[in-house]
Design a protein around this ligand. Structure first.
Ligand code: MET
Ligand code: ZN
Length: 767
């Protein structure tokens, strides 16, 4: 019998049970026993969903109390020295959470130690805890989690398939604790511990899934050659068990020869992100070994076209028989749990969607249709065909006016009407800003009161009138405080926005919102991405009234604040029936109208935030230029219609700019504000080397911490910036929005920032 399985299942809980359990535990409201019990219940729910759907295995060790990479670090004993002093009874989990969250040891009077770094898991919005390795790193099995959870599944009567992060991907994702060294040099110490792990697994376990997603990257030669030798050692340790190497998030054709050289019993490939690889992998991967094909999209929420999938799989099944396995493309970690919990989505839209539970069902149907014939699942296949057809034909997904606009985009629309030098002149005359102008990134503290008013308005408890009054009151306060601080370009503070993408999605056509569509972002944090299901258009202005009101309160320039097209796209579930670029252009055209309405309302400075532009960069170098081209075009389309005297800003944070500096310049924003305080302005070196032509506001302090930066620190950073960028093109601002901060620290920090800007103006003005 062929196999239906999943590489992993969401662990956040259908109703964010993990978040609640963690927060209760961290705040001391629940005991360790209660936390462990909550974990057990989530695992039980995961396995029950898998077995209920008819999968042949339950996947084990995909549960995590924080992060699966941190779990691997814990398993291998990779605990940075600063955390190694725990003596608490629950040391395991205590150290584990301290690595993730950086608090000091429970009950210790020692100062807090910094948490381990967190970074994005490949090209997803999930963040993992970066393992820190020392040059003489010692590895030893240091956590029983994998074994305990396997035993738990066995005891419950399941057939478990444990998943373990593969040794090469583990090394690849880690960083050197101190000075840089070649992490591959640790392989000879690491592999024996993996061997021991494999040997220690219960004898009843038949298959072990080793995740090696880096096989879908452009790998340096040394890493490629490390694969066969590593897996020869692992294969010797597996005894009677079988290894399934899982790849995902891309194609593996460049590394297929290496994969084939591995002495493993099975290989999983992602046939959703890289559908074209299917044939060639099928041709080349030995017939006697298992080929697991990821046919169900593990990164998106659309129902799979099962009949089409079957057509692709049937010829392969004919040749491989039961050695063909069916699965979602990657772990379902990146999808919400269960569509059945959505009661407010209309039935039609709902019939187009599949969350994790539904994806398991799809997986099973495909396997069943292959192994026992399509007639055995005819009703399910027909229902699927019906839903697919309904979506394809629905007038809700297509708006002729939007399509017409897209078809008529011209190159001229993607260009400002004048070059930067001329625009800068027009803006100087209009805005009359001082040298080193000061501003903020947009949001001001979102107090409990603001959140509560927004919630009350949403649930209909207060009238629109009262809501607007409360928000206007907040805007007045924010404008007044900025005036007191003597900032030069003001913002309205974004009190009306719960989230920078959701806010716009709710006001645009083509978006839908779930009640429970949570996806883990990291640890206890989840996001609920909007669903873009149809052509995007803007029925009415989205921000104009708020900004117009804010501008009416001051003679200083008020900055209009928009979220850019790439960021809206990147932080949503995107329709899969047209290229992402088309959707980005649709959003861009809607924003373009907003820009022009803001201008008509007398707004002369408009910021279009693109914090997610960098994270959309494809994993494979060969696909990057195409992405950057349309991403830049989308931004330029949204901003290109602005008058020369309108100053367009953009903002980016969490970015590694080195690789994409040309594209950042190509955005042709008049001003860019970037996060750079944490890298102490070194980031600016690349802007200098490239001779970035427009203005830059390198964040002068880190808003991610409540600490108030001193004038000395800010001054030092700003002087450092001035070494890279001429002061005539420098702006002074924090490195991101202030919505997570409290008012007292914000006032103090900004006061210091403005004081430094003024002192530097005097200093440089004299020259
Ligand atoms: C993640 S970037 C945030 C930008 C937004 N304008 C803010 O200030 O919150
Ligand atoms: Zn930001």
């Amino acid at each position: 019998m062929s196999i239906a399985h999943t590489l992993g299942f969401p662990r956040f809980g259908a109703h964010r049970e993990l978040k609640q359990a963690l927060e209760r535990f961290w705040s001391g409201k629940s005991s360790l026993a209660e936390l462990l019990e909550a974990g057990k219940a989530i695992r039980a729910a995961q396995w029950s969903a898998e077995s209920h759907a008819g999968l042949d295995f339950v996947t084990v060790n995909d549960f995590s109390f924080y992060d699966h990479v941190l779990d691997a670090s814990a398993m291998l004993g990779v605990v940075p020295a600063r955390f190694r002093d725990a003596k608490a009874a629950d040391a395991d989990l205590d150290v584990y959470f301290r690595m993730a969250r950086g608090r000091s040891q429970a009950g210790s009077s020692k100062a807090d130690v910094p948490a381990c770094e967190m970074t994005k898991w490949f090209d997803t919005n999930y963040h993992y805890i970066v393992p820190e390795l020392e040059e003489n790193q010692h590895f030893a099995i240091s956590s029983r989690k994998l074994f305990d959870e396997s035993a738990e599944a066995l005891a419950a009567g399941y057939r478990p398939k444990p998943v373990i992060l593969g040794p090469l991907t583990f090394l690849w994702l880690s960083k050197s604790a101190g000075k840089e060294f070649d992490r591959l040099s640790l392989l000879s110490r690491l592999v024996p511990v993996y061997e021991e792990v494999l040997r220690s697994l219960d004898a009843r376990i038949e298959w072990i899934q080793l995740d090696e997603p880096i096989l879908a990257l452009d790998l340096p030669q040394a890493w490629r050659t490390a694969f066969p030798q590593t897996y020869q050692a692992l294969a010797r340790a597996t005894q009677n068990r079988k290894l399934l190497v899982a790849t995902y998030f891309g194609g593996i054709l460049e590394n297929l020869e290496i994969a084939t050289a591995l002495p493993v019993h099975g290989l999983h490939i992602d046939a959703v992100r890289a559908p074209d690889q299917l044939d060639q992998v099928h041709q080349q991967w030995p017939r006697e070994r298992v080929l697991s094909v990821g046919m169900i999209d593990g990164r998106n929420i659309w129902r799979t076209n099962l009949n089409e999938a079957l057509k692709k799989l049937q010829p392969i099944y004919k040749e491989r028989g039961d050695q063909l396995w069916i699965a979602p493309s990657c772990s379902l970690l990146h999808t919400p749990v269960d569509l059945n919990n959505e009661t407010r989505l209309d039935e039609e839209l709902k019939s187009w969607l599949a969350f994790a539970v539904q994806k398991l069902e799809e997986t099973h149907i495909l396997k069943q249709a292959l192994a026992s014939g399509p007639d055995t699942v005819r009703a399910a296949l027909d229902a699927n065909a019906h839903a697919i057809e309904s979506r394809r034909r629905s007038p809700r997904t297509r708006n002729p006016l939007v399509r017409n606009r897209i078809a008529n985009i011209t190159d001229a629309m993607k260009r400002r009407s004048q070059a930067y030098a001329m625009r800068a002149q027009a803006q100087r005359e209009k805005l009359k800003l001082p040298l080193l102008p000061t501003t903020t990134i947009g949001s001001f503290p979102q107090t409990a009161e603001i959140r509560s008013i927004r919630r009350q308005y949403k649930s209909g408890k207060i009238s629109e009138q009262d809501y607007v009054k409360a928000m206007r009151h907040e805007i007045e306060q924010v404008v007044q405080k900025q005036t007191e601080l003597d900032l030069d370009v003001l913002v309205h503070g974004e009190p009306e926005r719960n989230d920078m993408v959701e806010y716009f999605g709710e006001l645009l056509e083509g978006f839908a919102f779930t009640q429970n569509g949570w996806v883990q972002s990291y640890g206890s944090r989840g996001v609920k991405p909007p669903i873009i299901y149809g052509d995007v258009s803007r029925p009415a202005p989205m921000t104009v009234e708020w900004i117009r009101f804010a501008q009416s309160l001051t003679s200083r320039p008020m900055k209009g604040m928009l979220t850019g097209p790439v960021t809206i796209l990147q932080w949503s579930f995107v329709r899969d029936d047209q290229p992402r670029s088309d959707t980005a252009f649709q959003i861009a055209l809607a924003l373009r109208n907003e820009v022009s309405d803001l201008e008509a309302a007398g707004i002369n400075v408009i910021q279009i935030d693109e914090p997610a532009l960098r994270e959309g960069l494809p994993l494979k170098a060969s696909q990057r230029d195409a992405y950057l081209k349309w991403a830049v075009d989308a931004f330029r389309l949204s901003s290109g219609g602005a008058a020369p005297s309108t100053q367009i800003h953009t903002h980016m944070c969490y970015a590694e700019f080195n690789e994409i500096i040309e594209s950042i310049a190509a955005l042709d924003a008049d001003v860019i504000s970037i996060e750079s305080s944490r890298s102490r302005m070194e980031l600016l070196e690349v802007f200098q080397r490239f001779e970035y032509p427009n203005e830059i506001g390198p964040g002068v302090y880190d808003i991610h911490s409540p600490r108030v930066p001193s004038k000395e620190e800010i001054s030092e950073l700003l002087h450092a910036a001035a070494r890279y960028i001429p002061v005539s093109r420098l702006w002074v601002n924090p490195d991101c929005g202030l919505k997570t901060r409290g008012w007292p620290e914000v006032m103090e920090s900004l006061a210091n920032m403005v004081a430094v800007a003024k002192a530097m103006r005097a200093e440089y003005g004299k020259e």
